[in-house]
Design a protein around this ligand. Structure first.
Ligand code: NDP
Ligand code: GDR
Length: 361
């Protein structure tokens, strides 16, 4: 039975990947960090009590900024495959916490690769690095593929640039099976609430159910190539099953703007948006009621923005036989449906006098 170690197992991709690998028959180990409140919601359905025998899903306390915990866990687990998904993954937050982002997202990758070397696992353990389309930043070519030059535009992307190259370097220097998945944006109903897609679908559900009046956003013109996380974690696994390690772009090849996402998400609940004004003055109105339901707030603009991303995943299609299964409209519909279910539950709780609601943006 193969053993996989996932860093970032409590995150969106970590949860989908853990489930995917368990279904493939793996023993799955995950690294979680200590938090003052338990934050394992996304993997609670996989949890096994430590007193159970023959457990196949095991969590370890550790942190990407703490070499000793990384070495200890890798030594204990002796994994066949390591998926390094842990990161401070919010681009806007990386401008607020650049040093921490560099430490966890950049040096974190080095810590794992170096632990593999120190422990003599160079030939046993395969390594996957969660690289990102943010590396392309100020894009030098449309669409972006494996050979497109990088131009990172945030402390997050610069940290991930280091992680990308240290992965390539360890592959070349020590003959390790180490590869980068350059994944474009991928979303799901368990996406973090402050990424733009989830922020929109939550707000749509809350506006529809009367829990709030308006959604505030930043740059409505930003364009992204959005896929579904469930599709993308399969790629992470496939990349580690090849004869030799290579880097791959994973994307749908279709691009939409933030405004398109807003229009489609509101359409899912029967609201048509009419847009008026330009730039920071732009507003979106519910054409039936005339109410303003979307407004621009400059606080959500970034000091340097990535305006447009569109991926070319031809190499993955040809070499890995991969094609995304879930379309953009199915993704939006699923996210809105799940958030609507949550909002309806919140309405019920509110009506019955249980708890207040908090909106994190
Ligand atoms: P999430 O933000 O949902 O999850 C990040 C995970 O990393 C969480 O489990 C988080 O733990 C953990 N983490 C953060 N900092 C540390 C640390 N110092 N030590 C240990 N664990 C830490 O990200 P996604 O699941 O969306 O993304 C997975 C990876 O893929 C990330 O590296 C991201 O940068 C990258 N990526 C994501 C894309 C996307 O569109 N989703 C596209 C391309 C790349 P906690 O739950 O405690 O916060
Ligand atoms: P991104 O995702 O930066 O692409 O990084 P995010 O959803 O945060 O932003 C996408 C685009 O939407 C614009 N935007 C807003 N973004 C947020 N978060 N909040 C807003 O209110 C808002 N208004 C407009 C942004 O400016 C941006 O252009 C994600 C993360 O998962 C990274 O970890 C990953 O590497 C990349 O995707 C690929």
């Amino acid at each position: 039975m193969k053993k996989a170690l996932i860093t970032g197992v409590t995150g969106q991709d970590g949860a989908y990947l853990a489930e995917f690998l368990l279904n493939k028959g793996y023993n799955v180990h995950g690294i979680k960090r200590r938090t003052s409140l338990i934050n394992t919601d996304r993997i609670d359905h996989l949890y096994q009590d430590p007193h159970e025998t023959d457990r196949r899903f095991i969590l370890h306390y550790g942190d990407m900024t703490d070499s000793s915990s990384i070495i200890r866990i890798i030594q204990e687990v002796q994994p066949d495959e390591i998926y390094n998904l842990a990161a401070q993954s919010h681009v806007a937050v990386s401008f607020e916490e650049p040093e921490y982002t560099a430490n966890s997202d950049g040096l974190g990758a080095l810590r794992i690769l170096e632990a593999m070397r120190i422990l003599g696992l160079e030939k046993k353990t395969r390594y996957y690095q969660a690289s990102t389309s943010e590396l392309f930043g100020m894009v030098q070519e449309m669409p972006q593929r494996e050979t497109t030059p990088f131009y990172p535009r945030s402390p997050y992307a610069v940290a991930k640039l280091y992680a990308y190259w240290i992965t390539v370097n360890y592959r070349e220097a020590y003959g390790m099976y180490a590869c980068n998945g350059i994944l474009f944006n991928h979303e799901s109903p368990i996406r973090g609430e402050t990424f733009v897609t989830r922020k929109i679908t939550r707000a749509v559900a809350e506006i529809k159910t009367g829990l709030r009046e308006r959604l505030y956003l930043g740059n409505l013109d930003a364009k992204r190539d959005w896929g579904h996380a469930r599709d993308y974690v399969e790629m992470q696994w496939l990349m580690l099953q090849q004869e030799r390690a290579e880097d791959f772009v994973i994307a749908t090849g279709v691009q939409y703007s933030v405004r398109d996402f807003v229009n489609l998400a509101f359409a899912e609940v029967g609201i048509t948006i009419g847009w008026e004004g330009l730039g920071v003055e732009e507003k979106g109105y519910d054409t039936a009621s005339g109410k303003c339901v979307v407004a621009v707030d400059p606080r959500y603009f970034r000091p340097t923005e990535v305006e447009t991303l569109l991926g070319d995943a031809t190499k993955a299609k040809e070499k890995l036989g991969w094609v995304p299964r879930i379309s953009f409209s199915e993704l939006v519909a699923e996210m809105v449906r799940e958030d609507l279910r949550r909002a309806e539950r919140d309405v019920l709780c509110k009506r019955e006098g249980f708890g207040g609601l908090l909106y994190h943006e």
